[in-house]
Design a protein around this ligand. Structure first.
Ligand code: PEP
Ligand code: MG
Length: 324
């Protein structure tokens, strides 16, 4: 990493025309390393709690989870830390919860598992809430939401856990709750979601996989997996526009949000909050300093008109080449 980039890493993320962009980090593996590298980020946009679960050889208990979450929250005093509830299944198996299915990506995954196993879910929610009671900066994110009833049921369980804890700990505020927009169905549910949750986070990895019917991990179809496909771009634009109309804060936390082309695209579409791997934050800040939102906004129509990913990358080339 050059000195220039390290220098950019220090201050807040600003574009060439002085607009503030919020940059968050994705974490899960080693919170401490991520924290060290992510200094200067605006908080944690996605903490994948399944990672510590996958490294264990049994379900971690409430106390163990509480200590971990509380530690993560304590590293970002005053900044939001978004803990995503367990998102296993699909490509993320738990050794102690064997699942055998023909179509794991369309099967028992994410919120579907935790709602079917409320004991596991309640332990996790209680551990998260206790960490929040202590630290005060938790946001809870629900993965793989495809219907409103899932959100209602998850919030009902969260309130139940909160009610039980308030009995012993005294009253404390509920954390903000958000949902991942990563199953295409969620695109059509945004107005109903806006009445229930305080923010959404776009999971562009799964959104791309499910919109294009392309397995995100299958090398044979890797060429077809493109978040720059016009259908994905239209979906991203629609989510941003609708969330704006609904006053629902939105960020993007898929891989797209940490890559040069992806950042440029997302800014042009109007996104102002991005969550990325800790190692990408310094570079992203460096890039932002060279991009003008005014110039990107002028490109939006051409971007939405692009007929394929090649044409889109050609459109994005102009601001990027002037960014150097
Ligand atoms: C996503 O799907 O884009 C996402 C951020 O979640 P994960 O990669 O953990 O499925
Ligand atoms: Mg996902």
């Amino acid at each position: 990493i050059s000195k220039d980039i390290l220098e950019s890493a220090k201050g807040p993320a600003l574009t060439l025309d002085g607009q503030r962009i919020k940059l968050y980090i994705n974490a899960g593996l080693s919170a401490d390393t991520d924290v060290a590298a992510g200094q200067g980020a605006d908080g944690v946009g996605l903490y994948r709690t399944e990672v510590p679960f996958m490294l264990a050889n049994r379900f971690p208990g409430e106390e163990e989870q509480f200590r971990l979450y509380s530690h993560v929250l304590s590293r970002y005093p005053g900044l939001p830390v978004t803990l995503r509830t367990l998102d296993v299944g699909g490509d993320k198996p738990l050794p102690y919860l064997p699942i055998k299915e023909d179509n794991p990506f369309l099967g028992w995954r994410g919120i579907r598992i935790t709602l079917d196993q409320p004991d596991i879910f309640l332990i996790q929610l209680k551990a998260m809430l206790r960490a929040h009671q202590q630290q005060g900066n938790l946001q809870i994110l629900l993965p793989m939401i495809s219907s409103i009833s899932e959100v209602d049921e998850a919030i009902r369980l969260l309130r139940q856990a909160h009610f039980e804890l308030c009995d012993s700990l005294g009253d404390f505020p509920l954390p903000q709750v958000g949902v991942m927009v990563e199953v295409p169905a969620a695109l059509y549910l945004l107005p109903a979601l806006a009445g229930r949750v305080q923010f959404v986070s776009v999971g562009s990895n799964d959104l791309t996989q499910y919109l294009l019917a392309v397995d995100r991990n299958n090398p044979r179809v890797a060429d077809l997996f493109s978040p720059f496909h016009p259908a994905v771009v239209q979906a991203l634009a629609q989510i941003q526009r609708q969330c704006g109309e609904l006053g629902l804060p939105v960020s993007v936390c898929g891989e797209l949000a940490g890559e040069v082309m992806g950042i440029t695209l997302l800014l042009a579409l109007g996104y102002r909050q991005l969550s990325m791997n800790a190692s990408q934050v310094a570079r992203a800040k460096h890039l932002l300093k060279r991009l003008s939102l005014g110039e990107l906004d002028d490109l939006k129509a051409a971007i939405l008109d692009s007929k394929d990913a090649d044409e889109l990358s050609w459109q994005l080339h102009q601001p990027l080449s002037s960014a150097g």
